[in-house]
Design a protein around this ligand. Structure first.
Ligand SMILES: [Zn+2]
Length: 131
């Protein structure tokens, strides 16, 4: 019997929606999608300096699963760097202990323990749920 899939844990969302190469209008560029859990895998290892065992533990996944997520993340980022593609950070299959929202009005990121209806920075009600 297959083991039930564990929900990948991510503590907080990335500060930006993605990255764009200089010198080209975004409409001329193809995107590469980096899932939220792929971003988190790179953040924990390449930015925080954790080894893969500790990073897997933080994300509540097995070490082999972590390695698969991490390798796909590196491949996507390398493809974007080499081929001059936009990186969009979105989607995935994970959970967090906070609700994440992006304000359509001021573009700021809102995180909250409870569901919110208004941006905490500009009070706009135009919020997009990220998770
Ligand atoms: Zn706002």
């Amino acid at each position: 019997m297959p083991r039930p899939k564990r929900k990948r844990f991510i503590g907080s969302p990335p500060k930006v929606d993605g990255f764009k190469p200089l010198g080209f209008p975004i409409s001329d560029l193809e995107p590469v999608i980096l899932l939220y859990e792929e971003y988190e895998a790179m953040r924990l290892t390449d930015y925080e300096g954790l080894n893969q065992v500790d990073a897997a533990d933080k994300m509540n996944v097995s070490r082999p699963t972590f390695t698969r997520i991490y390798e796909k993340a590196r491949k996507s980022v390398a493809k974007a760097f080499v081929e001059g593609k936009v990186i969009m950070i979105e989607g995935g299959d994970f959970h967090s202990d906070h609700y994440w929202y992006k304000c359509i009005n001021c573009q700021k990121l809102n995180t909250s323990c409870d569901k919110i209806r208004q941006c905490t920075y500009c009070q706009s009600d135009k919020l997009r749920e990220l998770n």
